[in-house]
Write a protein that binds this ligand. Structure first.
Ligand code: GUN
Length: 269
């Protein structure tokens, strides 16, 4: 699916008459972030987006990062600006996100883009939840009145995904670390989204028969990479389930390519 999405983006780019440009900023040496940035870079190459990487040391000050962001905002050649998260502790993420030009905010994290999403207006939407919606669309998931349970309330995934599902007429419950009885909530889900960042948090007894299960988690454990869902057990119960790795991750990257193309078209029209 991710390859299909990227093929579509590549096709549109080839008939644009210009090459969109995405600037990715990586601060520090977070190994997971390095892998994600590399994936984004490879995808850009594949679809015909020019990607420029800015690697800054982990001692970078907030002022230095903000100064790079304003330079990229002002550069007419730049269509998309993405600052990879998390950032080192001396930098306030919210200040950096707010500094990105909303028209170039291909992550969809800027308060303006978040506000547009919340109020049901068109705008750039965060890549991971957008990728999840594309997966659900592909199986013709019937959102109307479905009971959706989102486990995790991050600004990157849980919150925006809850809003997108609400917009599509799901009845949405958002669970988190303080939820009183998580299994009782998840067992009611026709659609269960795991985005908590806890290895194998969702076990088979927490899943309703024939539920659709999407695993957004990606956890590095001693026994290798795993999601937030105990895949082998839950797959026996679910009507559809996404694997980790090779599930939501590639869809996130494909959605970012789509966002970069949309930002470029909108800015240059
Ligand atoms: N870190 C984890 N996911 C993301 C993402 O979607 N965008 C950025 N910028 N950083 C992340």
């Amino acid at each position: 699916m991710a390859a299909g999405l990227k093929d579509k983006v590549a096709g549109e780019i080839s008939s644009l008459g210009f090459k969109p440009r995405l600037d990715v900023v990586l601060v520090g040496e977070n190994p997971a972030s390095k892998v994600y940035v590399k994936m984004k870079n490879i995808a850009c190459e594949k679809v015909g987006i020019e990607s420029v990487k800015h690697s800054l040391p982990d001692t970078t000050t907030q002022e230095e990062l903000l100064s790079l962001v304003s330079k990229l905002n002002a550069d007419p050649a730049v269509d998309g600006v993405l600052v990879q998260l998390p950032l080192p502790k001396q930098i306030a993420e919210s200040a950096v996100i707010k500094a990105i030009d909303p028209a170039k905010d291909v992550d969809g994290f800027h308060p303006v883009n978040m506000g547009l999403l919340l109020s049901g207006q068109p705008g750039l939407t965060p890549s991971t939840p957008t990728g999840v919606i594309a997966m659900l669309d592909s199986i013709n998931f019937n959102y109307n009145g479905a009971k959706a349970v989102v486990v995790g309330r991050s600004n990157i995934v849980g919150k925006p995904l809850a809003i997108m599902l609400l917009q599509r007429n799901c009845t949405v419950t958002v669970c988190h670390s303080k939820t009183k009885n998580l299994p009782e909530e998840t067992r009611q889900a026709d659609l269960l989204i795991a985005a908590a960042g806890k290895p194998k948090l969702i076990t088979a007894d927490m899943v309703k028969e024939d539920a659709v299960v999407i695993d957004v988690g990606i956890n590095r454990t001693d026994s290798g990479l795993c999601g937030d869902v105990d895949f082998d057990a839950v797959k026996e119960k679910a009507s559809a389930i996404s694997p980790v790795p090779g599930g939501v991750g590639p869809m996130t990257v494909a959605s970012l390519m789509r966002n970069t193309l949309e930002a470029a078209k909108e800015r240059r029209k």
